[in-house]
Write a protein that binds this ligand. Sequence first.
Ligand code: ADP
Ligand code: ADP
Ligand code: MG
Length: 460
Amino acid sequence: MFEKVLVANRGEIAVRIIRACKELNIRTVAVYSEADINSMHVQMADEAICIGKGPSGDSYLRIDRIISAAEIADVDAIHPGYGFLSENSHFADVCESCNIRFIGPSSQAMNALENKATSRALAKKAGVPIPPGSDGIVENEQLALTTARRIGYPVMIKAIAGGGGRGMRAAHNDISLVKGFHTARTEAEKSFGNSGVYIEKFIESPHHIEFQILGDGRGNIIHLGERDCSIQRRNQKILEETPSPLIENRFKDLRKKMGKAAIRIAEVARYTNAGTVEFIVDEKGSFYFLEVNKRIQVEHPITEEVTGIDLVKQQILIAMGEPLRISQGDVQFKGHAIECRINAEDPFDDFRPSPGRIEMYFAPGGRGVRVDSHAYAGYTIPPNYDSMIGKLITYGKDRREAMDKMSRALGEYMITGIKTTIPFEQAILQDPNFRRGTYSTNFIEQLLGGARRELIEEKS
Ligand code: ADP
Ligand code: ADP
Ligand code: MG
């Protein structure tokens, strides 16, 4: 059993991990930047060590400082959370070579799925459909043109190292392709330190459906069902739900097929620990592999609500070397869960980040309501990190009940002093297409066309 775990992250996910450790009687060590001295994860952990200045390059991304903190605190393992170093195989290797368990996939599995291009190749090998596109990195303009003409416009130019919805652009003809190819490479170099891009078919009106998987490194790999994350703004998830309305209402057989495909990818990658296999599904119900997120994901709680399985505890147990005690047949799905991401952004001003001091804070509660957050009254949100300050999750016996609870809970959530996306989430919940469950990733763009005006009128 681990006695002590260091959490190499901040915000709500650090709080989430500390909670799991406490329930397993594991002591916790927080690391924090100077900007996070008043952060809740620092308060909640048994010990806390400052690892540098506010910018993440001087703190949460500093492998040397995190390892020093782990050695000083004498921990058994490090949980990396999501973002930051969570998908860095070099970090996982350094942990292991210092005799500290990395709570995540083995570095071999991470290397097999190192970037979007290697992952596409692996999916192909596993016999899982991928969007038509280039074989690996597209090195020059000429190859970009021949690839795009071969698969047909529109296409997506994507950074192999991209993430968080950044590093991709659509092209509709030769001219926008050539222009997009060069800007995408430059941006990719700047944002991800890797200029590699590849090209794949742009799937129109797609649905983002992903599968949660767990593997124990002893040959047991299971999936815990899907999450529909099609409600996105600029390719970033805003609201997630499970089960997927598209699968429930139109393509019932997809759950089995896609679940199997997800497991096959995990098998070929010899995947261990928790991961997510992401797919896009078109209007006809054809699915295509996108990528594997080699870490715990932001939207993991909705899966926990419908399966009753604590994913972070499973991650810790797997990292300790425990075999999975759940078989595929044991996984039962019950009810419906929805998550809304609460961001410190102003939906009335183009989602401009709104850091600052939270004056009043009251989180919703009651049956079927879960809040995963590090926010509290008097907390000052630093400008250095991403703007998510919490997640509101509701659970109901069916989709209708989960939606009604979500509207009720969003109405109760009181945060003053900063702007939040709560009114925007509320507008999504009121939308007839959302209520019917007939939406694709185009949803937000369409909603902003109409509802944006209403939101602005409501404000004035
Ligand atoms: P999820 O599906 O879990 O929401 P996201 O892609 O939204 O995953 O990313 C979760 C977190 O990780 C966010 O904080 C995001 O900014 C960060 N992130 C993901 N990929 C990268 C990347 N390649 N570079 C920098 N940050 C990333
Ligand atoms: P990230 O690493 O940023 O999460 P993904 O490859 O997972 O990148 O894509 C994020 C989102 O971008 C998808 O959920 C989808 O909405 C959109 N997207 C990505 N690839 C395509 C594509 N080929 N066609 C249409 N939409 C896409
Ligand atoms: Mg993704």
